[in-house]
Write a protein that binds this ligand. Sequence first.
Ligand SMILES: Nc1nc2c(ncn2[C@@H]2O[C@H](COP(=O)(O)OP(=O)(O)O)[C@@H](O)[C@H]2O)c(=O)[nH]1
Ligand SMILES: [Mg+2]
Length: 147
Amino acid sequence: MKRVMIIGAVGAGKSSLVRALEGDHEPARKTQTLEFHDWIIDTPGEYSENPLYYRTLMATSLEAGLLLMVQDATRDRNYFPPGFSQGFPIVPIGVVTKMDHPDADAERAKTLLHESLDPNHPVFLTSATTGAGIAELRRFLLDALKT
Ligand SMILES: Nc1nc2c(ncn2[C@@H]2O[C@H](COP(=O)(O)OP(=O)(O)O)[C@@H](O)[C@H]2O)c(=O)[nH]1
Ligand SMILES: [Mg+2]
């Protein structure tokens, strides 16, 4: 089974999301390098923020079946370049993190994500803290990886 590769800015909540999807309740540590898990590949936020790493992300995506593009619901900017998902040879899915946060703005986050992800792709709203949206996302991803 291919894996899900997760990308997004430093501190966007990627590793916390990975742990929530895996049912691990330990806090996430800083991600220093590509981390291959059972069915997920976690990436350092620097790889999404610094164009020097884009080739590494593209190459790693060849080992993945799905791309998760993460947007932090509390942030007012998008860290991906315009149309970024089109550079990857795999199906992209948007995920908004930190929906539990008082500053979370789902509509802003979706609008930001859609600058880099074509609007025909789904966007899931999640919180690793409360678990909101996690079960639906896990089910969707595991189904999509099987087909
Ligand atoms: N409120 C809230 N904070 C979160 C959530 N997920 C992650 N965080 C916080 O965001 C920070 C960065 O999380 P981390 O998962 O390491 O982000 P990464 O750099 O994208 O891997 C940490 O302080 C987390 O506690 C969430 O669902 N809700
Ligand atoms: Mg991380």
